[in-house]
Write a protein of this length. Sequence first.
Length: 276
Amino acid sequence: MAAPTERLDLQILTANYSSHRKPFHMVNPEGLHSYLIRLQSFGRCRARLDGKLELLEPGDLLLFKPGEPYELRIEAEQNQLGEKMVSSADYHIFLSGGWVDEWWEKYDRPQKIKVPLSEGIIGAFRQIMLEQRRISNPTPEIAEYYLRILCLDIDRNFLQQPLPTYPSYLAHRIKNYIEENAASPFKLEDAAAHVGISVSRAVHLFKETFGTSIIQYALEVRLNMARERITFSPLSLEHVAESSGFPNYNYFHKVFRKKFGMSPKQYRQTTRSHGI
């Protein structure tokens, strides 16, 4: 008979999703008391890294260890239209334990790395949050295993990320533009002009690099943004659609149902009935 699986020496102190539309400032000069993994998922903010306030954009992942001073500033940032607005969203997990100590010591970890906003990484954050929010949870180790998977996925992205070629660099800049501006209407011409190339060149580079079109990727970003707000915010469904970049609620309802197999209202009811 096989021995029972040993529990991971891993504690999840806090796992959450935050969306900011008003200025926010957090500073801890004495240093954090635990490890922090924070993923900027939408908009912009600034964090103090190596003594300097640096801009964070979608896909920027912060890694802080206990004792490191931490400062986060969410203020009005200028978008591509020249407008100043506060818009920032992130996932964050505070954690501790012997497993995290060992994981951290494997590499010389910078405070900020770039990761793709993939379903794998975002899905792991989301599952950890959902497990932590369960009122009755006879298997808390599930969240710990999701966290372990997230940490290993972070390592894989960190170690296997190839040096970008110039065309790939341009495609990633277009991708960042989409993620930063998905909540507002924009045209293909806007994305192409952002990197200084023609529309046809931008369309080709993006498709070649990511295997999907600019329009389809923008729709995916908007749908995922809306899903997070349906699940974790009190916004009305109409406001969710508007704030996630959809031109009208009817269109949003149609594409959301096609993507997730249920209406926005049904999705909210289903997720909340599972302990959210």
